[in-house]
Ligand binder design. Sequence first.
Ligand code: PGA
Length: 249
Amino acid sequence: MSSLSSTSRLLMGNWKMNGSLASNQALVNALLQGLGSTGSHQIVLCAPYVYLAQLQSLLADTPVQWGAQDVSVHESGAYTGEVSAAMLKDMGCQWVLVGHSERRQYFGETDALIAQKVQQVLQHQMRPVLCIGETQAQHDAGQTEQVLAHQLKAVLALGAAQLSSLVIAYEPVWAIGSGRSASPQYAQQVHEFIRQQLQQAGCQDIPLLYGGSVNGANASDLFAQPAIDGALVGGASLKADEFLRIVAA
Ligand code: PGA
């Protein structure tokens, strides 16, 4: 389940803190209508917690799957406001984004905490999508590889045997929501570095997604890179037409 063939792609939409019952329904209906069959591609929509039940119902018996954008590091108990991995699993959730740069930046999530969240997701038989990426300042200082290696370290320490269902999304922070995607060549080069790190840790066949201003116009050039297995799409996943163009790419 963890590997993708060279022609199949994993395309994930990250709605972030957007949506309403009405707009979600309109978006999902338009997507399902436009999609027809997803072929060998896997498509996953990650919505705010409160809308997961809506997605569960709208996407039942469709080829499109759904996931959460975060999860608690705790198993259960007195953690007001938190949602556990067991609860997500109980709802039928299969995918969970972990360590998105906005969680790192605005909610102080550390590599150690993120690794514990990945472990929670794995323990409950869902697929964690670990987000990593360098900031503009780190990029400009030539620290990209160092930063990524550090972000990967705590998760890779969980051991290859545990990580067979892991997905990694490389999202340079400077490309997220900026309209300025990484060039396909740059993304390819960084993905090769990440792949190398994974191999050194004994992890095979982990899908590597690119994220950061992916849209209908740049998707095919990104997907033409052999080290890019799919995309994590933010803004463009909120517009059915744009997301369908990415799927078509
Ligand atoms: P973006 O966001 O596509 O709007 O740049 C990507 C993400 O944050 O996952």
